[in-house]
Write a protein that binds this ligand. Structure first.
Ligand code: SF4
Ligand code: SF4
Length: 412
């Protein structure tokens, strides 16, 4: 086992390989607060990549209703249970051991899925779901914990549910990669996308067993495992649609709720994100810290980040996203002027935004939220591509568009 640094858990940890060097890392932010569970992302992925025989139960992108839903069934409850059994009472964080760059959420003092494995029978603690568990990807949709008689109010709802959007996290320390006895799983240096070499794979399903997020899946018709490929032709700019420019994945660009923003971040030799203040993902994750990793305690250093839902009990969210939850919700509820502008970049263009700038606009109003006064400004956020060319320009205020008189009657 090598020692690698995992900044999401604020410490070194054991991993099968030395940290592989990547120049850039595929990353995304999902704003849970805005998702309407329309499943457009799910179908965009399915109709592009997993429509063939043997892929019927394969949903590389899925949106499940928490707390009861899960694809495969109860994947996270089972993974958390295994960790708890391996280290009873010890799966805890020390949020006080914080360091802005190297341990922004504090230190996880429990065991990761790499550290709880015995190293003989398993390299990574995990389990193989039964076939039945993959058959109901959207079970318990819209099922709340309870239906309160008197309605609900913030800060947290008495009865609640929320939608969790899930793809492969293209982890920095992928469990699927560590577990493969054939070394068929690899992580690309140019963008950190994790792929399975279909020629090398023999279908042992060790990746399916090891991935705590259950985002590697077995295909019986080819007897190999498959997973989300990060729509790499689009990210590379080699898809004819992209005109040579890096473009976001199908699930991101199809999103009706405008909840998704994907890009590429710069990574240093030590695995930490390099300072890149005007990259919108860097800003959301590292500066504002409004977006958090999913189950960072598993230890894979996932690269999809979530703006947590405001109405859900905090202890549930802290288990899911770590100790940064309270700060993230506070910043999202009372956003800075810059954050409000950057949030407008979600789904404003299909091209990857590598940097942004905000132009200040006039004051347009005042709000009072939970006793705090807020001023509103109609600022403009401008996004640039990898070459520094402007690709998108959005104002904070939505434009008012009046329907021309000649279209007043639909029949004309
Ligand atoms: S989410 Fe799972 S399948 Fe994807 S890279 Fe991480 S460990 Fe591998
Ligand atoms: S397309 Fe967007 S809004 Fe619709 S389910 Fe997917 S993530 Fe949610």
């Amino acid at each position: 086992m090598a020692k690698v640094y995992n900044w999401q858990i604020g410490r070194e940890m054991d991993y099968r390989f030395e940290g592989g060097k990547v120049n850039r890392q595929f990353a995304a932010v999902f704003n849970i607060n805005r998702c309407i569970a329309c499943q457009t992302c799910t179908m965009a992925c399915k109709s592009t990549w997993t429509f063939s025989p043997g892929q019927e139960l394969m949903w590389w992108n899925n949106v499940e209703t928490k707390p009861y839903g899960g694809y495969p069934l109860q994947w996270d409850v089972k993974a958390l249970d295994l960790q708890e059994k391996a280290n009873p009472g010890g799966q805890v964080w020390d949020p006080k051991q914080k360091d802005a760059a190297k341990a922004p959420y504090g230190k996880f003092e429990g065991k990761t899925i790499f550290e709880s494995a015995d190293g003989v029978n398993q390299v990574v603690t995990g389990y193989l779901p039964a076939e039945d568990e993959w058959k109901t990807p959207n079970i318990y949709e819209d099922t709340a914990t309870m239906y309160p008689k008197n309605g609900v109010t913030l800060p947290t709802h008495e009865g609640w549910f929320f939608y969790l959007q899930r793809i492969c996290n293209h982890c920095t320390y992928p469990a699927c990669l560590a577990a493969c006895p054939r070394n068929a799983v690899y992580k690309r240096e140019e963008d950190g996308i994790v792929l399975i070499d279909q020629e090398r794979c023999r279908g042992y399903r060790k990746c399916v067993e090891a991935c705590p997020y259950k985002k590697s899946m077995y295909r019986p018709s080819t007897r190999t495992s498959e997973k989300c490929i990060g729509c790499y032709p689009r990210v590379e700019g080699s898809d004819p649609l992209t005109e040579g420019l890096p473009m976001e994945t199908r699930c991101m660009t199809a999103c009706i709720g405008k909840i998704r923003l994907q890009g590429l971040v710069k990574v240093g030799d030590d695995g930490l994100w390099l300072q890149d203040r005007t990259n919108p993902l860097y800003f959301l994750v590292n500066v504002e810290k409004v977006a958090l990793p999913l189950y960072p305690q598993f230890g894979t250093q996932p690269n999809v980040y979530y703006i947590p839902p405001r109405w859900v009990p905090r202890d549930y969210l802290q288990q899911m996203f770590g100790p940064g939850v309270d700060d993230a919700i506070e910043r999202y509820t009372n956003p800075s002027r810059e954050l409000l502008a950057v949030l407008q970049l979600f789904r404003a263009t299909q091209k990857i935004v590598f940097s942004y700038k905000v132009e200040e606009g006039p004051k347009t109003g005042e709000l009072n939220i939970a006793g705090k006064k807020r001023e509103l400004f109609n600022d403009t956020v401008i996004g640039f591509d990898s070459q520094g060319r402007e690709i998108v320009r959005v104002k904070v205020d939505e434009p008012l568009i009046e329907r021309p008189e000649r279209f007043a009657m639909n029949t004309i």
